[in-house]
Design a protein around this ligand. Structure first.
Ligand SMILES: Nc1ncnc2c1ncn2[C@@H]1O[C@H](COP(=O)(O)OP(=O)(O)OP(=O)(O)O)[C@@H](O)[C@H]1O
Length: 553
């Protein structure tokens, strides 16, 4: 173009040169304008789409987390899958979206630029490709290596995160101070992090070194070309305008091509890491049970009860049998107490009864129907459970109880009745905002309860689910004082009268309330019978009772 300007400036009437100059000016203006427009439009779309993308992936993840089998949450391998998926979902999808917009912008610019470069000389494009491709190859190899490394070291990465949580979360803050653990945890956090980082850093160092070598070679190639162009100009083979054109084409072309290949390698890396998200999204869902036949209704009025036959179970994370050949019945309308030493498998049995896990061998039937054939809705409506590690929801007191059966009205009078029966009504009424008080310590204006009060609230939640035919209470009175327990036992007796109940407890007063006691020992049912029969038998249960001077087994 410089040559054309020179010619035009040299005198009027040089019409051809002027036209050529105008043509070039128009091309330059189109390049400039296209670039500017795509950039601004891209930013606008980007902003709007970022909400859509994040909402979409939030929905996918929430759908999945609520549908996958419960066992995944207790298996380290799947926690790795979950961790990787959550990490990637937080930014990869939007980055791919933005990357694609950038890619299109670059592609348009590059096509126009390519046209100009070809007008200059085809060899320029070849040279540019030769000097930029090796860097792209190095980056792709690095992305693959990083992907493999992150996958193989997710457990380490989670451990680093775990120590970070120990140092920063409210739930650990009390013990951290009481046992003065902060220095130890900080040390472990830094050691683990440094170890993990070191490996990542050495990969990055290798990649950087390779890039430097390639960049030096590329610079040598580009500057040799500059030298050649300068030489040809010096020899008079090309004009000054050609020199400027070549220089500019090389310089701009190099920058654009590098950016373009950077986009491609970025997109490659993002799509590679997005596999982690898809791996999670492809985990089997509990809903699939439905298609496999888990669609029978729960018996409208249970007649026979629950029957366990030769139930054996080991957690999917290892092959250690927790239960083996466990057989017993809980007849309809009966209250059975399940007892056993710590680790005997009582809570595990509850998880099986709730359908959170399936027995590894043997079967559980309800009125002759295999438990796994009963629909999820049927199970949740008819089996009310208070787990040993029940949840403390940081929502209002009313909602905390209502969660026991959200198909009922949240303003139901039964909420207060359930609270009264569980002995928590007066405490709730004592708060300024009564049942509308948010509980816990997370949000402003909340009221915190004591562990025993939380337990009563959890019981109220279970009592609210009055339509449930089966009540399972895992250590329902463990945090209660003797006075509260005595009162509560009366009520539990009342609610279990017309229902089928399984109560797990280490407290003799609670156990005595049951019609029958089943003793778990050595993975099996060691004995079963009424309290008096078992005491008379002087077996395992008798020894457990005898070894105690207090109420607790
Ligand atoms: N998610 C899990 N993965 C692997 N093993 C587990 C898991 N949960 C429990 N266990 C193991 O199963 C065994 C039985 O545990 P469980 O919680 O059923 O005992 P428990 O009888 O309820 O004990 P406690 O009286 O202390 O409540 C224990 O040895 C425990 O280590």
């Amino acid at each position: 173009m410089v040559d054309e300007i020179q010619v035009v400036a040299a005198g009027p009437g040089v019409k051809g040169a002027l036209q050529h100059l105008m043509g070039l000016l128009i091309i330059a203006a189109v390049v400039f304008l296209t670039n500017a427009l795509t950039a601004s439009l891209g930013a606008l779309v980007r902003e709007r789409q970022s909400f859509v993308i994040s909402d979409y992936f939030d929905r996918l993840i929430h759908n999945k987390t609520t549908r996958i089998e419960y066992g995944f949450f207790e298996h380290p391998k799947y926690q790795n899958v979950f961790f990787r998926a959550l990490h990637e979902a937080s930014f990869r999808p939007s980055r791919i979206f933005y990357g694609l917009i950038g890619f299109l912008q670059n592609l348009i610019t590059l096509m126009l630029m390519g046209g100009i470069l070809l007008m200059v000389h085809w060899s320029v494009s070849i040279v540019l490709l030769l000097v930029t491709l090796p860097t792209a190859i190095i980056r792709i190899r690095y992305a693959k290596e990083l992907f493999r490394f992150r996958r193989n070291n997710t457990d380490k990465e989670r451990r680093v995160n775990y120590y970070n949580r120990l140092l920063t979360s409210r739930e650990f803050a009390k013990e951290l101070r009481t046992f003065d653990l902060s220095t130890l945890f900080r040390k472990r956090y830094h050691e683990l992090k440094n170890d993990w980082r070191q490996s990542q850093y050495s990969m990055l160092r290798k990649k950087t070194f390779q890039e430097i070598v390639v960049q030096i070679l590329s610079a040598l190639a580009v500057f040799s070309l500059y030298g050649l162009i300068a030489y040809r100009a010096f020899m008079g083979q090309i004009s000054i305008g050609d020199v400027v054109l070549y220089f500019m084409a090389l310089q701009r072309g190099y920058a654009y091509l590098q950016e373009f290949l950077g986009r491609i390698t970025g997109l490659y890396e993002d799509s590679l890491f997005l596999n982690n998200l898809f791996e999670f999204l492809h985990l089997p869902e509990t809903e699939q049970e439905k298609r496999q036949g888990a669609n029978l209704p729960f018996p409208a009025r249970m007649k026979e009860g629950i029957k366990l036959e030769n139930v054996g179970f080991h957690y999917p994370s290892n092959n250690r049998w927790i239960l083996r050949n466990v057989s017993f019945e809980i007849r309809a309308g009966e209250t059975v107490a399940l007892v056993g030493v710590n680790g005997a498998g009582k809570t595990t049995l509850v998880k099986l009864l709730c359908g959170l896990y399936r027995p590894t061998e043997g079967s559980i039937h309800i009125d002759g129907i295999p438990l796994e054939k009963i629909s999820r809705r049927g199970r949740t409506d008819n089996i009310s459970v208070i787990y040993q590690d029940f949840m403390l929801y940081n929502v209002t007191a009313r909602e905390n109880i209502w969660f026991g059966n959200i198909r009922r009205n949240p303003d139901d009078q039964k909420i207060k009745e359930a609270a009264q029966e569980a002995g928590i009504h007066k405490i709730i009424e004592g708060f300024d905002r009564g049942y509308e008080t948010t509980l816990g310590t997370l949000f402003e204006g909340s009221e915190q309860l004591s562990p025993g009060q939380w337990q009563r609230l959890a019981l109220a939640r279970s009592f609210f689910n009055t339509s449930a035919q089966i009540v399972i209470l895992d250590e329902p009175t463990s945090s209660l004082d003797a006075f509260s327990e005595a009162r509560l036992l009366q009520y539990i007796k009342g609610i279990t009268e017309n229902r089928t109940a399984l109560i797990i407890s280490h407290r003799l007063s609670t156990i005595k309330m049951a019609n029958r006691i089943v003793v778990l020992d050595g993975q099996q049912v060691a004995e079963e019978g009424t309290y008096h029969a078992l005491m008379k038998k002087q077996g395992v249960f008798y020894s457990m009772v005898q070894s105690l001077s207090r109420d607790d087994l």
